[in-house]
Design a protein around this ligand. Structure first.
Ligand code: ADP
Ligand code: MG
Length: 276
């Protein structure tokens, strides 16, 4: 964690409707088809800065496809995606990351044969440009860069309480510790918006609490989080907003208290919400 990102007043005014320009992420009429199947069918919603938004819905609802559209792994057939006021629906994953997006995967992408510390250091973006400078200046730049990365690594280890595991091989970590490490690798890129795909799956309860505390601290520090999660208690207790997808469409969206009582959501759950 290199710096805090000027927390705004959004949480204090959580009923305030943000305009597309004020939102961290803005999706408008997103459509994604696979042959004859419309996996994402005209989905629109906004994610406000400094909040945790939960994306839920039964298997096949279109959650992962929507995540892939936002991260640039696939492109929507139509619709607009705006991140930090920049349209990204036609950009590559690398370009989108440069606009401030970080993501984790359902199965953590870490180097098992490297230590925790090395895993974090290798996640740091290349900071030195290809500038024509003298060998002396160049080596000083490299040293400065190494120092910056080292201090970012130490801050991240501390933030995630991974100090005691810093020199362990990632292969020796528990499932929950790997998820923390993957989050750490994402934080090394200093993203504004973090997409998490089932961050709590396979994590033991003690680490789940730890991970949730860290997510809240991240929003307090000016980051924004969008997560896919199946645990309803967790969604209802920890998200500021919830978006419910069903058959590729937005069934409902709003604060947990509203979603909980929404008849369409309750019916959908009774009907065929089958988590996993
Ligand atoms: P969720 O993540 O909510 O379970 P998905 O986004 O994975 O849902 O899937 C939505 C629908 O799109 C499903 O019917 C799924 O079978 C289909 N689908 C997803 N990816 C592809 C693909 N690459 N090719 C064809 N169909 C796909
Ligand atoms: Mg999925």
């Amino acid at each position: 964690m290199s710096q805090d990102k000027g927390r705004t007043e959004y949480k204090e005014n959580s009923n305030k409707m943000t305009t597309p320009d004020e939102s961290m992420l803005f999706l408008k009429d997103i459509v994604k088809r696979f042959g004859g199947l419309t996996a994402v069918d005209n989905v629109s919603f906004t994610v406000d800065p400094n909040t945790i938004t939960g994306l839920i819905g039964p298997n096949g609802a279109g959650k992962s496809t929507l995540f892939n559209c936002i991260t640039g792994i696939t492109q929507p057939d139509s619709g607009t995606i705006q991140l930090n006021n920049t349209e990204i629906q036609k950009e590559s994953p690398n370009q989108i990351a440069q606009h401030g997006l970080g993501r984790t995967f359902q199965t953590p992408k870490i180097f098992r044969g490297m230590s925790v510390r090395e895993n974090l250091a290798f996640a740091a973006p290349e900071q030195r440009g290809e500038r024509p400078v003298s060998a002396l200046v160049h080596s000083q730049l490299v040293k400065d860069e190494e120092k910056t990365i080292q201090s970012q690594v130490e801050n991240t280890l501390q933030f995630l309480s991974l100090n005691h595991l810093a020199d362990e091989y990632a292969s020796g970590l528990s499932g929950g510790q790997r998820k923390l490490l993957e989050l750490g690798r994402v934080l090394m890129l200093d993203p504004d918006l973090i997409l998490l795909d089932e961050p709590m799956a396979g994590v033991n309860p003690a680490l789940t609490d730890e991970l949730l505390d860290r997510l809240h601290e991240l929003t307090d520090r000016g980051r924004t989080i969008l997560l896919i999660e199946h645990d309803m208690d967790l969604i209802m207790n920890h998200c500021d907003q919830v978006v419910v997808l069903h058959n590729g469409q937005t069934l409902a969206s709003g604060p947990p208290s509203v979603i909980q009582d929404d008849e369409r959501v309750v019916n959908a759950y009774l009907e065929d919400f089958d988590y996993g």
